[in-house]
Every structure is written in structure tokens, then in C-alpha cells.
Design a protein around this ligand. Structure first.
Ligand code: NAD
Ligand code: UD1
Length: 339
């Protein structure tokens, strides 16, 4: 079976994807510089997989470190999760984001081209759709200029992949636009481990649930939605990981640019999430309404039919699975990964 280099494979989505790749018979090789993850995750991944998954410590901006991976393993394809992802931080440090994300992807693609490795899967985001003109979002919905450097790096990398594919038609470029990944592996051994106070809803909820934070601030309750809070398409990270396997199965050695939304097709409000979480923990989760957060879109959820039709993939895990598994991870690891 094919050997897949998973850059950013020690991170939240990458670690779950490595497991699903191994389950499906692929040979993943993890490549990460731990700038937003911890080495402790590797032993957990090995424990879940029941075998040692090869690891190369490196930065995707370093041609030499990438060469080390390409020379030591016969890489058939690359899934690139390596990127910085904090919206607020990207506004303060735009050059770091363009360097790490866009320049990193550029170096990685160049090394792949040199090694005649033409299968690339990129972690894009629904953020490329900006404030949607209408929902649900299909892959044909317009891509817009992003309102923060993080989002713009996703738009720029998507364009870079498409331009390279035109110039080097052997490339199979898969652009996967994730909606809102949440949840954790059933084992409770791996999950999302943000640094500092979480920016995103689900890790914030889990930290309130275990008492690390006193209550959730709900950013805005006067939006034009049924309950006044914003609506998103939350998808279980294990479903998302399986979406990568389905994309590989379908697109490996299939030249062209292939774009898929990875979402459930269902939108839930912030209050829906609080209710679901309260159910998972068996008590009311404390929250307060707070002002709107700058840059938030009102509603964002996918039309998930293209991935179902072409990849034979659709999300199967429910909102109850997402909340229960997030809580299970946080409960078992109240301080995340401890080295
Ligand atoms: P994460 O921070 O948990 O994982 C990213 C991993 O990449 C980390 O292990 C980090 O150490 C590594 N990394 C970063 N820069 C690197 C570099 N230059 N060289 C080598 N390794 C590097 O994030 P995640 O949530 O798993 O997200 C993975 C990808 O998916 C990111 O590109 C992110 O932008 C994208 N994405 C995430 C979400 C989300 O909500 N989590 C949504 C849409 C898209
Ligand atoms: C955010 C980013 C997006 C990025 C994605 C994954 C912004 C504006 N958008 O998406 O670019 O791709 O994360 O990293 O930051 N919420 C609260 N209280 C909280 C946290 C969140 O009410 O403490 C609300 C938000 O207002 C939003 C919803 O929960 O309505 C989901 O927020 P979040 O988890 O941050 O995801 P996005 O905003 O969709």
C-alpha cells in the first residue's frame, strides 16, 4: 500500500488522520516540528495503532529536512496539515503566517516535484468562502478575499496548488475544505490540546466542563439566526480523518485539481452546542452572553453531497458523539498532553 508523508501529523487533525490511514492499510510517516504539538502524542498514536509509526522531526520550510524524509522513505503522497491556525495571532504576526503556511507549502511542493511525488492533499478551510452569500456552501460557492492573514494563507495556497497543477499536470491536487472539526478519538488518548486559553468553541466548552475555566462567553446573541447565535457545521475529527482516507483512495494518481467540502451538511448554533454539551456531562454548563466577536460569519455550513457522490464518504458520527468524545478526552487529560 502507499506510503503517505503526513506533515503536521502530530497535531490535532493530523494525529487522528494518521490512525485512520494506518487502519486503512496505508503506511503513514509523520513529519512535524512540534511548534504546536507535543512529542508525547507519538507514543499515544503508536499505542492506538498497535505499531510504531515512523517519525521525522522537521520543518516544512526546510528543504534539507524534507529531503531526509523523501530519501529515507519512498513517499507516494503527502497530506499537509503543517500550518499555523490562530486567527488573532495571524493578525499580529502576518509575516510568520505567510512564511510558515504559504512558503512552507511552496517548499514542500517543490521538493515533491523534484522527487516526482505528485499526490498532494491540502488542509484547507471553509474560511475560504468568507461571509457566505447563501448557505449551504457548495464547492462552487465563490472563494473570497479573507479578512485575516490566516484565512488568506488558505486562499493563497489553494491558488498556488491550482497554478502548479496547470504547469505540472501529473499532480493530483486535493483541496479539502474543513468545516468545524471537534471531538476526539474514542480511546480518550488523543484530542485537541490548545495552548493557553482556547479561541475555539469546543475546547473552551471542555475546559469549562472540567473547571479550568468558569463559564463560556457566547459571542453575540442578536444574529439573524433562529436563536440569535452563530451557526456552524461541526464535524467529528474521526469522520474528518476518514474523509482524508476516502480522498486518497479516490484521488491517488488521478491528475487534476479536486476540491471537496468536508462537513456534515448540518448547521448547529452555539446554544445548540451548549445544550448538547450539558447533556454529555449531565449538568448545565455555565455560559454568559458577550458582545459579538470581530470577523465572525453568521452562518456557515456545507453542502456535503459532492464528497458523498465522488468519494463515497459522509460523516456518520452525531453531535452526541462529538460532545461525549471531546469531554472524555479532556476528562482523561485535564492538562492535555504532559511530556
Ligand atoms: P494543529 O496546530 O493541532 O496541527 C498542526 C501541526 O503542524 C502541529 O503539530 C504543528 O506542530 C505542525 N506544524 C506547524 N507548522 C509546521 C512547520 N512549518 N513544519 C512542520 N510542522 C509544522 O492544527 P490542526 O487543528 O490539526 O489543523 C491542521 C491543519 O488543518 C492546519 O493547516 C489548519 O489550518 C487546518 N484547519 C484546521 C481547522 C480546525 O478547526 N482545527 C479548520 C480548518 C482547517
Ligand atoms: C474559527 C476561525 C476560522 C478557523 C477556525 C478553525 C474566527 C473568526 N474564525 O472558526 O477562521 O478556520 O476557527 O481554527 O476566529 N464562540 C463563542 N465563544 C467562544 C468561542 C467561540 O461563542 O469562546 C462562537 C463563535 O463566535 C462562533 C462559534 O462559537 O460563532 C464557533 O467558533 P470557533 O470554534 O472559533 O470557530 P469559527 O469561528 O467557525
Amino acid at each position: 500500500m502507499a506510503t503517505i508523508l503526513v506533515t503536521g501529523g502530530a497535531g490535532y487533525i493530523g494525529s487522528h488522520t494518521v490512525i485512520e490511514l494506518a487502519n486503512a492499510g496505508y503506511d503513514p510517516v509523520i513529519f512535524d516540528n512540534f511548534c504546536n504539538s507535543k512529542p508525547a502524542v507519538l507514543a499515544r498514536i503508536n499505542k492506538i495503532c498497535g505499531k510504531n509509526i515512523p517519525f521525522v522531526c522537521g520543518d516544512i520550510r526546510s528543504r534539507e529536512q524534507l529531503e531526509q524524509a523523501f530519501n529515507n522513505y519512498k513517499i507516494d503522497g503527502v497530506i499537509n496539515f503543517a500550518g499555523l491556525k490562530a486567527v488573532g495571532e495571524s493578525v499580529k504576526k502576518p509575516l510568520e503566517y505567510y512564511d510558515n503556511n504559504v512558503n512552507g507549502a511552496r517548499v514542500l511542493l517543490d521538493v515533491m516535484k523534484e522527487h516526482k511525488c505528485y499526490n498532494f492533499i491540502f488542509s484547507s478551510s471553509a474560511t475560504v468562502y468568507g461571509e457566505p452569500d447563501s448557505v449551504p456552501l457548495t464547492e462552487e460557492s465563490p472563494v473570497k478575499r479573507a479578512n485575516c492573514p490566516y484565512g488568506q494563507t488558505k486562499v493563497d495556497i489553494e491558488y498556488m496548488c491550482q497554478e502548479l497543477q496547470k504547469a505540472v499536470p501529473e499532480f493530483s491536487m486535493v483541496l479539502l475544505r474543513y468545516f468545524n472539526p471537534v471531538g476526539a478519538h474514542k480511546s480518550g488518548l488523543i484530542g485537541e490540546d490548545p495552548r493557553g486559553i482556547p479561541n475555539n468553541l469546543m475546547p473552551y466548552l471542555t475546559q469549562v466542563a472540567v473547571g479550568r475555566l468558569p463559564y463560556l462567553n457566547i459571542f453575540g446573541n442578536d444574529y439573524p439566526t433562529p436563536d440569535g447565535t452563530c451557526v456552524r457545521d461541526y464535524i467529528h475529527v474521526v469522520d474528518l480523518a476518514k474523509g482524508h482516507v476516502a480522498a486518497l483512495n479516490h484521488c491517488l494518481n488521478m491528475p487534476g485539481t479536486h476540491i471537496y467540502n468536508l462537513g456534515t451538511g448540518v448547521g448547529y448554533s452555539v446554544l445548540d452546542m451548549v445544550k448538547a454539551f450539558s447533556k454529555a456531562i449531565g449538568r448545565e454548563l455555565p455560559y454568559r452572553f458577550a458582545p459579538r466577536r470581530a470577523g465572525d460569519v453568521v452562518q456557515c455550513y456545507s453542502d456535503a453531497t459532492k464528497a458523498k457522490k465522488e468519494l463515497g464518504w459522509s460523516a456518520t458520527l452525531s453531535l452526541d458523539d462529538m460532545t461525549a468524545d471531546s469531554y472524555n478526552w479532556q476528562k482523561n487529560n485535564p492538562n492535555g498532553y504532559e511530556d
